[in-house]
Design a protein around this ligand. Sequence first.
Ligand code: 2U9
Length: 368
Amino acid sequence: MTYVDYAATGQEALSRIAQADDLETLERLRVAFLGKQGSISGLLKTLGSMTSEQRQSEGPKIHALREQVTSALAGRKAELEQAELEARLATETLDLSLPAPEARLGSVHPVSQVMDELAEIFADMGFAVATGPEIEDDWHNFTALNMPESHPARAMHDTFYFPDPADGGGRMLLRTHTSPVQVRTMVSQGAPVRIIAPGRVYRSDSDATHTPMFHQVEGLVIDRGIHLGHLKWTLETFLKAFFEREDIVLRLRPSYFPFTEPSVEADVGFAHENGRRVLGGSGDEPGHGWMELLGSGMVNRRVIEMSGLDPDEWQGFAFGVGVDRLAMLKYGMDDLRAFFDGDVRWLRHYGFSPFDQPTLSAGVGARA
Ligand code: 2U9
C-alpha cells in the first residue's frame, strides 16, 4: 500500500477551491476531485483492494477528505453566486422613463367592417338593426316566406337539418337567409317596420365562389303606401354612401323570388380602369358593363298576410345582398374562401383598425 498524506491532499484541494474565482473553474475542480475519474473518487476505489485492517484505518480518513472537499465546493459556490448577484444588482438599471413596448393590436375582419358600415348608412335612413337565431324552424325559414313544402325554390336553399329535441318528429335547420328575422319582427312588433337584418346564413354549397356559410344583409320596410319608387331611392342612396361615389347608376331588371312580387334584380354600372372593374357610370357606355349586385322586390302580399298583417293596409319592399360580396367589391379581395381561412397575414393585409369606426360624417369607408 502506497502512503497517502491525506492532510496535504486536503490542504491542496481546499486552497485551489478557495482560489477559484468563477463558477466554471469551480465546476472543473469538482469534476477533477469528485467526478468519476476524479482524484478523491480514485482514493475511494483503493478501499476495495485493502485488507480489512487497512480499510478500518484508511476508510474514515478518505471519507473525511471527501466530506471536507464537498463542503468547501458548496461553500465557495454560494460565495461566487452571491458575488455574481451583487455585481448584477450594481450594474443593471431599469429606466422607468423609457416608452413601454407597443401592445400588439388586433384588427377588424372585413365582414364586420362592412356590416358596421351598413348599420351606419341605414341608421341614417331610419333603419334599426334586427337579429335572430341561426338555428331556425321550417316555418320561419320557408313556409312564412311563401315557400311551402315541395316548393321548387327550396332546392336552391338546400341546407343542414337536424332533429328538433322539443318536437319528436320535427326538425330544425341552419337558416338559408336572414329573412326569418324579418318575419319574426313583423309577427312580434307589427307594422310599421324599418329594419336591416345582418348575419350568418348557410347553404349546402362549396366552390370558389360559394362557401357553406356566408353573410347577408337583408332590409325590410313595411308601411302604408310603400311602392317601387321607395325601393329604388333607398337602394341608390345606400349604394352611393357605401361605395362613396355619387355616380353609381342602378339598373333594375325583372326577376323572381317567392317572397317578393314583383321581384327585381339590381345591377350597377362599371367601367374598366387599368384592367380592373371600377363601379360608377352607366353600364351602357361604350366599354362599360352591368354587374348583378342584389335582389329585391315588393314584399309578396301572402308573406305580409302570413306574418299577421293586412296586406290591403300594409305594403313594403325588401332586398338582400351578400356582405362578403360587398366587401370584395369595395376593398378588392378576389377569393371568397380567404374570408374564412383565418390566416392572420390576410387579415393584416385587409383587416381594419378597431379605432376607425365608420361614421357618415367622417366617411364610412376604411382608410386602408
Ligand atoms: C321578408 C320578405 C321579403 C329579401 C330578399 C332577395 C330578394 C335576394 C339574395 C341576394 C344575394 C340572397 O345573399 S344573396 O345570395 N337575396 O335576392 N332577398 S328579396 O326578401 C324578403 C325578406 C323578408 C319578410
